[in-house]
Design a protein. Sequence first.
Length: 128
Amino acid sequence: MTQTTDMSTDTDTLTGTESPIVVTERAAKEFRHILKEKGLPPETAMRLSVKGGGCAGFAYQIDLDRNAADEFDIVSQWHGIDVRVDMKSEFYMHGSVIDFNDGLMDRGFTFKNPTASGTCGCGTSFSV
């Protein structure tokens, strides 16, 4: 079952529960910039996932998704972008906030994950 979340709140519009993952306005703006830079249509979704690996056990991944969401996706919309995460990854990312840092030394997407018990220095790997 695909779930949809409205960008104006952090509540799932189908179940009335708290949204599993939040994408900040800065992260959405950078994602739109990437789409424009690559010449991709604005309806291209941000695909968030967790993969085994990285120096702490799991690694975050952001992909450009032009396919339709499937029955195992949780779909939300934040600041004009569609965000999709598969249910397995959502288990590890529930409550996370995806932001973007544009500093000189640490430019990139950041993940604030309340379920992570530890992280590595690079910020893209975590353990539970």
